[in-house]
Design a protein around this ligand. Structure first.
Ligand code: NOJ
Length: 479
């Protein structure tokens, strides 16, 4: 890093910098912006993106193993065969979490490690890995939050049933969920069923960018989403039946976040209505036990076929809602009449981070949990992911000064603080991601970590954002 003088900037006295100089103008401040006393600060990862060891200890192949080896699917032609080699380095990685001072860690369990064929004979060595990880986390004072499905479907289920195109996969998911919950709920108190239904359905079955790489017509896409929702609901039931009493369960969803373009009462109401309708295929159905009239009318002949029993399963009571918050999905204004809304176009100049899709709109962090709490009277919310890719450069001194990531986090956290200080019941926040990892179709090209990973040497180095986050955690405040 260049010294100030080298940059031609005159140095100021430490006194003046601290604002303690008698001649310095004083500004009143309402900082620090503190969070509730027991607020849970964490980081997140997922199995396929970090573990590697894809053929080790009896793990079966997943749809992602198959997908990454197809030509042209991954931008940098990489695979996650090794990824962060976390399977062998998990002890070192737990220390990274500890060094941040984070009290919680969200990770995912790879279904094909536990059931290599998706159903049938479990592979004890698969679950053993997670038992070791749990012990290590707890020994270091870190509370584990487990996700059961972060997109790595056993390939066997894709071959046998067409994966999520069949409700047999929903049932298989529930069996796997019950099996795992029974064996981890002595140490895991929070279980997430499915990560980002919206993304996995759209990218896996619509655009084909994600595994299994299908481009299906809308009717089939709606059917797949229905099976995922059913899988979630049946898993909730199986977890309740097999886990220890008191185990908390919920989804981790990337809802369509609708933001009032100008914060007026009419626009706020319109944004709430839009949030309900634009999430009608999944979160609204989970929380209301029905598909909205708007959704069914819009889908018309493409609507999924469902029974009352399906809807009852889908809406099995949950304990919290997990929200992955990255960006504003829609800016909204009120429509002509009181229950109408209008979605505004994004200007071509709308700013984004290193990933083109990752629009910068920190107020999404306020509105997402607020809408969920208001619309459905949800009493417990976790921000299960938030973070950004950045074109991190290693400086001559070996450090990564990712001030853009700090800017992003600071602004989103400021809006999260607005939410908690207004009483929106957010209890935890997990940065995506603990360390750089395999970013799906972007391979290793997009880096989301607080720690930089050199994928040649597997060396992990804290970025400046890790220091920032450590400070946030230590103060329990955004600054
Ligand atoms: C959400 C997904 O859950 C995660 O797997 C992904 O890496 C991040 N978004 C960033 O794209």
């Amino acid at each position: 890093m260049a010294a100030w003088s080298a940059l031609g900037i005159p140095t100021i006295s430490a006194e003046a910098a601290e604002g303690t100089s008698t001649s310095a103008t004083q500004f009143p401040t309402n900082r620090p912006a503190t969070f509730p006393p027991d607020f849970l600060w964490g980081t997140a990862t997922s199995a396929y993106q970090i573990e590697g060891a894809v053929n080790v200890d009896g793990r079966g192949p997943s749809i992602w193993d198959r997908f990454v080896h197809l030509k042209g699917k991954i931008i940098d032609h990489s695979t996650a065969d090794v990824a962060n080699d976390h399977y062998h380095r998990y002890r070192e990685d737990v220390q990274l979490i500890k060094e941040l001072g984070a009290k919680a860690y969200r990770f995912s369990i790879a279904w094909p490690r536990v059931f290599p064929e998706g159903t049938g004979m479990p592979n004890p060595k698969g679950l053993d890995f997670y038992q070791r990880l749990l012990d290590e986390l707890l020994a270091n004072g870190i509370e584990p939050f487990a996700t059961l499905y972060h997109w790595d479907l056993p390939q066997a289920l894709q071959d046998r049933y067409g994966g999520w195109r069949s409700r047999d996969t929903s049932k298989a998911f529930a069996d796997y969920a019950g099996y795992v919950a029974e064996r981890i709920s002595d140490r895991v108190k929070h279980i997430f069923t499915i990560n980002e239904c919206a993304r996995m359905v759209q990218a896996g079955f619509g655009t084909g960018i994600d595994a299994p790489g299908l481009m299906l017509p809308q009717k089939e896409i709606n059917k797949v989403r229905h099976h995922v929702a059913l899988g979630h609901g049946l898993a909730v039931q199986a977890i309740r039946a097999h886990a220890r009493a008191g185990t908390k369960v919920g989804p981790a969803e990337n809802i369509e976040i609708c933001i009032p373009a100008i914060e007026t009462p009419a626009n706020i109401r319109a944004a709430e209505i839009a949030t309900r309708e634009l999430n009608a295929g999944y979160l609204t159905a989970i929380l209301e036990g029905k598909y909205t009239d708007g959704f069914l009318t819009y889908a018309g002949a493409n609507a999924p076929k469902f029974t009352a029993e399906d809807l009852a399963a889908i809406s099995s009571p949950i304990d919290f809602v997990g929200l992955n918050v990255y960006m504003p999905n829609q800016y909204v204004v009120a429509g002509e009449n009181s229950n109408d809304f209008a979605l505004l176009p994004f200007a071509a100049t709308y700013p984004h981070m290193d990933s083109n899709w990752l629009r910068i709109g920190p107020e999404a962090m306020y509105w997402a949990p607020r809408h969920v709490a208001k619309l459905w009277n949800v009493k417990s919310i976790h921000i299960t992911e938030n973070g950004t890719s950045a074109a991190d450069q290693v400086s001559a001194d070996g450090k990564v000064y990712d001030v853009d990531r700090i800017m992003y986090l600071r602004n989103y956290l400021t809006h999260l603080h607005r939410a908690t200080s207004e009483g929106v019941p957010v209890q935890g926040y997990f940065v995506w991601s603990l360390m750089d990892n395999f970013e799906w179709a972007d391979g290793y090209d997009k880096r989301f970590g607080l720690y930089r990973v050199d994928f040649q040497t597997q060396r992990r180095t804290p970025k400046l954002s890790a220091s920032y986050y450590r400070e946030v955690i230590q103060r329990n405040a955004v600054m």
